[in-house]
Design a protein around this ligand. Structure first.
Ligand code: HEM
Length: 486
């Protein structure tokens, strides 16, 4: 039977859906026409703030399955048995563009996954690049502003883009990834995900490890050239959304195999880089990959706004035996995400079904009331830990035997040095193994920096010359051909 058409109060609207109430034949409308006011007033409030970064995205539900035993590394319950399955929701995104921007922009891709585990939600909020532009969290708003629009012209601005990056050269490793063809993935299905940050996972005995996580695409990694990406941005700006939705709808489910790299505290002390520096990768030969699971995306959301736009991921949403490391950027992210969720979605954002831990999990009698409290609010249960209403506490170690820090509060700014160019140079040498990749990198930079002023271009030539002289020379040659100096 067809549903009865109603207003938001459930009152049937009949018989004409589009009829308004007016006085006389050509007279003004009536304030008593709740059906019209209900519809227009709700329409006026339809938009919520888009994400301040990662605004354009696509999502899908799926399932994670444990393939290998890593209980010696991590005692999280969802990992305790080979074959155990956990429902997940993944959202992919670009970073800098607005929610209507093109999917093929040169940008890192967000790769955020929520695991609805029996011990609460675990959010792994990753990117498709193993490193990042900054390691001082105070730089994040500065950095992001330079990748977005100029406050005066409201245009993307090659001067501020490159001025920031070259003045803060710890960015160079990530910039090398971004301006290789990996900066324009062919689709969300055909890219990897990386934790970037170091996390700390532990087991029931109190042993703990530093961990990096890798999600390797079972579809393989495919990229676009700068020109292909530009063409698609014009002909089909929603290319990645369409690709993901249609493949899942057709039963062609994408999947990723999950690995960890681990380090003990002693190994970290001996490493030639800091494990808290997310501009660096851990060499695979020294810290081998160990497989632990696989996840498959097999269910499209039924409603984009409800499930994708309202999804709220945070590195602070974690489960027992998985903790953040002292990486200062990660520490700051623990604050920033729930803070923005309270602004973007409201204080009760965890009650929205896509964000809600699996049924029966939440018993937080002190977290009550607030706007849009729609879950029954624990009924008559006291709103504090009442002595006559005992609650159970689960026993798990908070790893008090981990690193020990001691000292006064002190200023900290992790300034760049020439050593920060080493892994960028290593990456440049690796690109030589793949056809055209060194050439494409130089080209991709040149066509972008050709839009900048000469003084900024000169900074860019020096920046890439420090990676490899031939790279700096190639960028300079093509840039000056595209934007000759007078
Ligand atoms: C200080 C550094 C950073 C800050 C302050 C920051 C802040 C934010 C904020 C405010 C959002 C919007 C969240 C929302 O509205 O739901 C966001 C989204 C996101 N960030 Fe970060 N971010 C930082 C670094 C990173 C890094 C290093 C990564 C990856 C390793 C990352 C991955 C993501 C992803 C994947 C999303 C999109 C989540 C989604 O799909 O809803 N961010 N970030």
């Amino acid at each position: 039977m067809a549903p009865t058409y109603t207003n938001s109060n459930g009152q049937p609207i009949t018989p004409d859906a589009f009829a308004t109430q007016r006085i006389g034949q050509h007279g003004p409308l009536l304030l008593q026409d709740f059906n019209l006011i209900d519809s227009l007033a709700h329409f006026d409030r339809e938009r919520i703030p888009e994400r301040v970064v990662h605004a354009k995205g696509s999502g899908a539900f799926g399932v994670f399955e444990v393939t290998d035993d890593i209980t010696d590394v991590c005692s999280a319950k969802f990992l305790d048995t080979i074959g155990k399955k956990t429902r997940i929701f993944t959202r992919f995104s670009t970073v800098g563009g607005e929610s209507g921007s093109a999917d093929t922009a040169r940008d890192p891709r967000g790769f955020a996954t929520k695991f609805y585990t029996e011990e609460g939600n675990l959010d792994l909020v990753y990117n498709n690049t193993p490193v990042f532009f900054i390691r001082d969290p105070s730089k994040f708003p500065h950095f992001i502003h330079t990748q977005k629009r100029n406050p005066e012209t409201h245009l993307k601005d090659a001067n501020m883009f490159w001025d920031y990056l070259t003045t803060n050269p710890e960015s160079v490793h990530q910039v090398m990834v971004l301006f290789s063809d990996r900066g324009t993935p062919a689709s969300y299905r055909e890219m990897n995900g990386y934790s970037g940050h170091t996390y700390k996972w532990s087991n029931k005995n109190g042993d703990w490890r530093y961990v990096q996580v890798h999600f390797i695409s079972d579809q393989g990694v495919k990229t676009l050239t700068n020109e292909e990406a530009g063409q698609l941005a014009g002909s089909n700006p929603d290319h990645a959304q369409e690709d993901l939705f249609k493949n899942i709808a057709a039963g062609n489910y994408p999947s990723w195999t999950c690995y960890i790299q681990t380090m003990t505290e002693q190994e970290a002390k001996e490493a030639e880089f800091s494990v808290f520096d997310l501009t660096k990768v851990w060499p695979h030969k020294k810290y081998p990959m160990r497989r632990f699971g696989k996840f498959t995306l097999n269910e499209n959301p039924k409603n984009y706004f409800s499930e994708v736009e309202q999804a709220a991921f945070s590195p602070a949403h974690t489960v027992p035996y998985m903790e953040p490391s002292a990486d200062p950027v990660l520490q700051s992210r623990l604050f920033s995400y729930p803070d923005t969720h309270r602004h973007r979605l409201g204080t009760n954002y965890t009650q929205i079904p896509v964000n809600c831990p699996v049924a029966g999990r939440v018993f937080a009698p002190h977290i009550r009331d607030g706007a849009m409290c729609v879950n029954g609010n624990l009924g008559s249960h006291p709103n504090y830990l009442a002595s006559d209403k005992p609650v159970e506490f689960q026993q798990y170690s908070i790893q008090q035997d981990q690193e020990v820090w001691n000292g006064a509060a002190c200023p900290f700014h992790w300034k760049a040095t020439d050593a920060d160019f080493k892994q960028a140079t290593d990456l440049y040498n690796v690109l030589a193994r793949y056809p055209n990749q060194q050439k494409n990198l130089a080209h991709n930079v040149a066509v972008h920096v050709a839009n900048a002023d000469a003084w900024v271009q000169d900074k860019v030539f020096d920046y890439f010359t420090k990676v490899a002289k031939e790279l700096g020379d190639a960028i300079k040659k093509e840039t000056l051909e595209l934007s000759p100096r007078k």
